[in-house]
Design a protein around this ligand. Structure first.
Ligand SMILES: [Zn+2]
Length: 304
């Protein structure tokens, strides 16, 4: 079990969907244009990633989903003849119905916007009670300062938005192994409420290779107080994946890696009591469950 301690508050990047194919009529300075958005569920859950797809778009230069000024871009997939993108609902998004819109731009600069609403449902993430040696919990001033610096560094890292999309298609689990720490657990350590679990724990033998869940650029290789030896990938478009508690790393910052590349090995570094991989995902600031990424199997087992 491991403990991560991210201070940043949830960003309410909520997004929109509808369960049906909706006809959107563009309001543009150019020619009247019609396009359809295939939305996914009208109702979404806290802490999940959703794919969004739009069809039948004519002469559009770009398309994105917008919520509170935050853009979740979409790209045209030639094979499927549709625009595709991912949106993430932060784990602490208040359950409510939110406005959100799809925005398209045509070659001539015309803008087409269509509003939707999205209902976010509450998830019971569960509670985990743990007892740990006080040396792992009650930290001295110097350690707290180190944690503060590391938290600031990660916060800054996740705010970078890379215009280029490096991920493609389905994602894979970084290791085989049993899910031993669910996403979103509210931890009570030595009878005090502590931070929520912002990723998942996959139990695996020390030394098991840890694979990149999709293509990306390595933006952090370091040893951090809570997460131990850590690797973070930037997949572009605001999507980051992180791999914590490694026994060792096999990449360096700036490396470009493909899906399945070995990043390091499973270990128990940082605040961890047994060998496991902590796998976390950020999507435009939203802390989301890696198991909700497209293609990732929900249950323990072999990498699909
Ligand atoms: Zn964990």
């Amino acid at each position: 079990m491991h403990f991560i301690f991210f201070l940043f508050r949830p960003f309410l990047w909520l997004l929109i969907f509808t369960p049906l194919l909706l006809g959107l009529t563009g309001q543009s300075t150019g020619a009247q244009n019609h396009f359809r958005v295939e939305s996914l569920p009208k109702v979404v859950k806290q802490g999940e990633v959703y794919s969004i797809r739009a069809f039948g778009l004519i002469s559009l230069k770009s398309l994105h989903v917008e919520f509170q000024g935050v853009r979740f871009p979409m790209a045209f997939n030639e094979e499927k003849g549709a625009y595709e993108g991912l949106i993430g609902i932060d784990m602490n998004t208040q359950p409510a119905t939110y406005p959100i819109k799809v925005v398209g731009k045509d070659e001539g600069g015309g803008i087409y916007a269509s509003p939707f609403s999205l209902k976010v449902e509450e998830v019971d993430f569960g509670v985990q009670k743990l007892s740990l040696p006080s040396s792992m919990v009650d930290l001295d001033k110097k350690t707290l300062e180190r944690i503060d610096q590391e938290t600031k560094r990660l916060t800054a890292l996740f705010q970078v938005f890379r215009d280029e999309r490096l991920w493609r298609g389905d994602f894979i689990r970084p290791v085989e192994g049993e899910l031993t720490g669910a996403f979103g657990l509210r931890r009570i350590i030595n009878e005090k409420p502590r931070s929520q679990h912002t990723g998942i724990d996959l139990e695996a033998q020390e030394g098991t290779p840890v694979l990149a869940c999709n293509s990306g650029t390595i933006v952090l290789v370091d040893e951090l107080f809570f997460s131990g030896k850590s690797v973070i990938l930037d997949h572009g478009w605001g999507l980051f994946s992180m791999y914590f508690h490694l026994s060792g790393t096999q990449v360096k910052e700036g490396d470009k890696v493909n899906q399945g590349a070995v990043l390091g090995r499973v270990g128990s570094t940082g605040r961890s009591t047994n060998p496991h991989l902590h796998w976390g995902i950020r999507l435009n600031g939203a802390r989301v469950n890696p198991l909700s990424l497209p293609g990732v199997t929900k249950t323990a087992g072999k990498i699909p």
